[in-house]
Write a protein that binds this ligand. Sequence first.
Ligand code: ADP
Ligand code: MG
Length: 348
Amino acid sequence: MIEDKNQSKTPLSELGEFGLIDHLTKNFKINHVSTIKGIGDDAAVLDLKNNQIVVTTDMLVEGVHFDLSYMPLKHLGYKAMIVNLSDVYAMNAEAKQVTVSIAVSNRFPLEALEELYSGIETAAKIYNVDVVGGDTTSSTTGLIISITAIGSVKTDEVAYRSGAKPNDLLVVSGDLGAAYMGLQVLEREKEVFKVNPQNQPDLENYTYIIERQLKPEARKDIVKLLKDLEVKPTSMIDISDGLSSEIMHLCKQSEVGCELYENKIPLDPQVISTCEEFNIDSTTVALNGGEDYELLFTISQQDFEKIKANPNLTVIGFIKEKSAGMHLITRAETSIPLKAQGWNSFSS
Ligand code: ADP
Ligand code: MG
């Protein structure tokens, strides 16, 4: 799609660096009063008043984090935003601004970057963040996109990884494992396509999991929900590498142990059926698959009544003393130590 040398495509050399920056950024509007100066000077100027500021960066590299043979550039732009916004929300903060930096080879025509930026713009609109700057440079081969997100939060509302206390409840938003199974389906279709390019994949049974892989969302709504319910999470982290490794991060930084119940882990029916088809254990996928971008947090037991009826939230375990260790209680009621396999080592 990008590789085809279509005559109607505009080479980047026609615009030059500054022309390209102007072209890509001309649609961005400033919505936040805290953005004093956006794109166009040597640096953006922000005024976030008396709040604490959270800053986070994630870089996505072609061939490492994404594969353009099944990832449309528009989705890539959107996802690059989500990955960063999710980290802001995981601090219980509100995202306000982002900067976007790209390195591109000349194999990408202008139209490809327009696609990428349309995804960025869509996410900026939906999540209400101002794009206030970035950098544009060339690369010899692939595409690299690095986004920095800036957010603000009241001092007493910041949720660190380190705040979990024994007896707190372990809570997760949404459901887990779908993005990983979506990737498995896309990888399989890519192999089928290599053998027979005429073959049109039928992906009807996989729409949810593929969407979770290609167009994930960040849980801005959960931060708001917790505020509305007057629940302050004692600790919080976003699930980018799999439930197991994120729970271990929380427990290690909070110096506590935990018990996680296998039968409580929220799974979408499509994850369960696709796991059966691929002959993979769905618990393993939820524990070690990545890129779900759900929020994992702990709350005091006193807050249970406030969250228990909410379909977006599931209590999956509770926090124990450090000496108790970190365990998964299986459906067969055996207790096994949690392991952090993480996303990268999962396939090996
Ligand atoms: P400088 O040479 O001072 O680094 P640039 O010419 O790189 O400035 O950038 C000019 C303006 O455009 C700055 O406000 C910068 O933040 C912004 N900018 C550059 N590249 C991008 C990009 N890819 N996306 C959004 N804003 C960008
Ligand atoms: Mg620059």
